[in-house]
Design a protein around this ligand. Sequence first.
Ligand SMILES: *Cc1c(COP(=O)(O)O)cnc(C)c1O
Length: 430
Amino acid sequence: MPNDMHSERLAILGGKPVRQRPWPRWPRADENTEKNLLDVLHSGRWAISGMYSGRKPYERQFAEAYAAFNDVSYAVPVCNGSASLVVALQALNIRPGDEVLVPGIVWVACASAVTRIGGVPILVDVEPDTLCMSLEAARKAVTPRTRVIMIVHLYSGFADIDGFVKLSQETGIPLLEDCSQAHGARWKGRRVGTFGDIGVFSLQDSKLLTCGEGGVAITSDPRLYGLMEQLRDDGRRYTVSPPPLGHPELEEIGTVQGYNYCMSEFHAAVLTDRLRHLDGENRVRHENALYLEELLAEVGDVRPLRRRPEVTQPTYYHYGLLLNRQAFGNYKSDVIRRALMAELNLFMEPVDDPLNQNILYNPLRSPRTREALKEALNPARFDLPVAARVHKDCLTFSHSVLLDDREGMEDIARAFSKVKKNHHLLSQLA
Ligand SMILES: *Cc1c(COP(=O)(O)O)cnc(C)c1O
């Protein structure tokens, strides 16, 4: 790009953007995805509660494929990621007032799933360079009422799995791994989501594996599996052997109070196809991320979230970048982000606000919140100094960008470089 006056005018101020070409679209589908969907459409069975048609439902096919993919015994598909959390927490026997450790920065569903079933989320501060729950802070937050430790691998960061497994073993408190942002990642060769008692995944539109709206919980514990199976379908479970044609494939067990959180056949049909692409897509993203990191190191003052050496297959739900904002004129990251978005014709997202100051997390506004728990649930009672500081220095963009070619990575680095060099012009916006 010629270094003339015009090209250096920031796009947000009317200059020529670094890139106009569109970025790769997400979600993806091909003829095989379409074939599976049409197959369901004409199959005479759209839900697991539909009548047996002589074939294994897609929901079961996906459950088996996803369990095999993760090398665990069982998977329970559900209607969304939040439901996977609810079903998992119920299987782990959260009772009213029980405490669950939840990271201070995370999607609101991680905390609201706990309050939905009467539990108390204990907001735990995060590590400054991975944004994931701090092991040290978690250790301090454990009380005799702690019933579950929920860790989340956030954006492109990973929690200290070995440390949390050890904490769980020492305290006897079950570990729940929310891998909604890390499908297919490996820790020392083993898939994430398999280290705790249960692993859960959202399969919502933006995620690395998606059917629009969906979720899945995995475990190797037959007892937890049996509970989750019933919890997600009003107390029913699949019959051991197939029923006669045209009969229900579910039997009524009812040893727990279940609800309907089932995944439809259409969703499972999409997932059964898309799962085959997950590892390959994750490899492409990783190669591009490594290249981008080389380029950004040259730009300086912008670095990726720390990659732990134990992570042998990284994932990038959103690619998280930490800015040295001083080198960018010390503007709020929102200003820098808007300048970058204009250069790249790309939506970039700030990091979620810490849950003690998050507009979406309102346990005290729920009419069902018990008076006795109001003090415990007040988000403002938690002190999250690291979260409060680092979330302001970080911005993220979707994993789909990392499915672009190498030129795309060069565009991103060029945009950072241009905004950094010309940050003085941003005073007009601030
Ligand atoms: C997306 C997400 C959820 C919620 O999943 P939904 O499918 O939107 O209900 C929960 N936890 C994390 C970490 C997520 O990223």
